[in-house]
Design a protein around this ligand. Structure first.
Ligand SMILES: [Zn+2]
Length: 427
């Protein structure tokens, strides 16, 4: 254990020396009262808006258009005077938003866009440090250190070369991952998991694993301190299955590349807003995030595309940070194959591969009406070879478990709901 602690800490120091400093700050501020936290937010917001105004064409223009100047900001409510930032605006203005922070290490960041076009930007060292420190703080609530042995459920079906690289990085982080759901891979994963401290990854994949554990009746073999789901909505069926399999609730980490860690679930089952790094607003049940540490790529009143329900502050864990009661959004809808289910994010991988390996960028929307079949609408016309490539990419992930019906040359106005890349009529 000590060995991995030192490898991990050395890795942290190599990646970003500021992480531990931020972590210590967060461990202090988690005891603060609400007023003090709000005061901190106001100070950070002033810096964020001034920086965005001074250094980005995009925000300066927007602030000017609504007659707002950062020096006018005197309360947190003043933030509401600014317009909402849509994903499309950001995607179309990346170079007008990106700020190069000289003398700081920059970290490449990528996230799926609403049309499968990825948003690519750079986080500076400060931002990266707050992000990692926020994750560490969340873990600390559950008695977990990030260097402890852990099972990791993330992208699967990757190439051999990538697998070697990933395995090495996994070794450094004392983690192991599932490469396939076939019984060999699954057996190996489950036997390693018996000696692990925590399990983390996509909620829908954790659910799959929990189902297999319960089906085999081996739940007594695990001693996990934390089971953490990310990136997707956690359905009630997931919770029941995971509790039964591991004797622990599935804990939710809610965040995004742009927004950072937005909330983390405490031991009392409440998702506390990470107030030190983010301001959360709710408008018509939709979440808007302002990332207070987004120095190099300001994220201000950004519509993430999730539906949320906010709660009050006050929790028996003692933290004053207000609560997100529920993320009711659709990020994590499931694609139902004939026998298995898949995270809808798999679509992102399919179209990311189309773009990166075949230089074919497509606007698409997938609609599922019945299990085992997917209707795929594509805006542009696609030739015979293009269709073959799309089928090949789908086949990598879904094999024969899913029939894909492709319709090309479909105008976007005919898409089901403009902002979603996956619409399910099954759940
Ligand atoms: Zn709590």
């Amino acid at each position: 254990m000590a060995l991995f602690k030192y490898i991990y800490l050395a890795g942290l120091a190599y990646r970003n020396k500021k992480i531990l400093k931020c972590y210590r700050f967060l461990k202090e501020s988690e005891k603060w009262q609400l007023d003090d936290l709000r005061q901190l937010q106001l100070e950070r917001l002033k810096l964020l808006l001034s920086n965005a105004y001074a250094n980005t064409d995009f925000y300066r223009k927007r602030f000017d258009e609504c007659g707002f100047h950062p020096s006018y900001l005197s309360t947190l409510d003043d933030l509401k005077k600014l317009p909402v930032t849509e994903k499309e605006d950001v995607l179309a203005n990346v170079s007008g938003i990106q700020i190069n922070v000289p003398a700081e290490k920059m970290f490449f960041s990528e996230t799926s866009g609403s049309t499968g076009r990825p948003l690519v930007f750079y986080r500076n060292q400060e931002w990266d440090a707050w992000h990692n420190a926020s994750v560490m703080r969340g873990y600390s609530w559950h008695g977990v250190f990030p260097w402890e042995r852990n099972g990791y459920l993330w992208g699967y079906n990757i190439s051999f070369v990538k697998k070697l690289k990933v395995s090495f990085l996994d070794f450094l982080q004392n983690r192991f991952r599932l490469f396939s759901y076939e019984s060999d891979g699954l057996d190996r994963f489950l036997s390693k998991l018996q000696k692990a401290s925590y399990l983390n990854g996509y909620s829908s994949m954790i659910y799959e694993i929990a189902k297999r554990v319960n089906a085999r009746g081996i739940s007594s073999k695990f001693r996990l301190k934390m089971v953490k789901g990310t990136s997707e909505k956690i359905y009630d069926v997931y919770r029941e299955e995971v509790q039964k399999a591991f004797g622990k609730p599935i804990v939710s980490e809610y965040g995004s590349a742009e927004g950072g860690i937005i909330a983390f679930e405490c031991t009392q089952g409440n998702m506390h807003i990470n107030m030190e790094t983010v301001i959360v607003e709710e408008i018509d049940n939709e979440i808007l995030v302002t990332n207070l540490v987004s120095t190099s790529f300001p994220i201000i009143r950004y519509r993430l595309g999730d539906y949320v329900k906010l709660g009050e502050s006050g929790c028996s864990c003692g933290m004053a940070h207000p609560i997100i009661k529920e993320v009711t959004g659709r990020i994590g809808a499931l694609i139902h194959g004939k026998t298995n289910t898949y995270p809808s994010l798999t679509l992102y991988y399919v179209f990311k591969n189309m773009a990166s390996s075949h230089s074919v960028v497509l606007n698409y929307q997938a609609v599922q009406k019945t299990r085992g079949t997917l209707e795929l609408l594509i805006e542009s016309e696609v030739d015979e070879d293009g269709l073959k490539l799309i089928n090949k990419e789908f086949n990598k992930y879904f094999k024969a478990d899913l029939d894909v019906n492709i319709r090309t040359g479909v105008p976007r106005s005919n898409f089901n709901s403009k902002k979603k890349d996956f619409v399910s009529e099954i759940d």
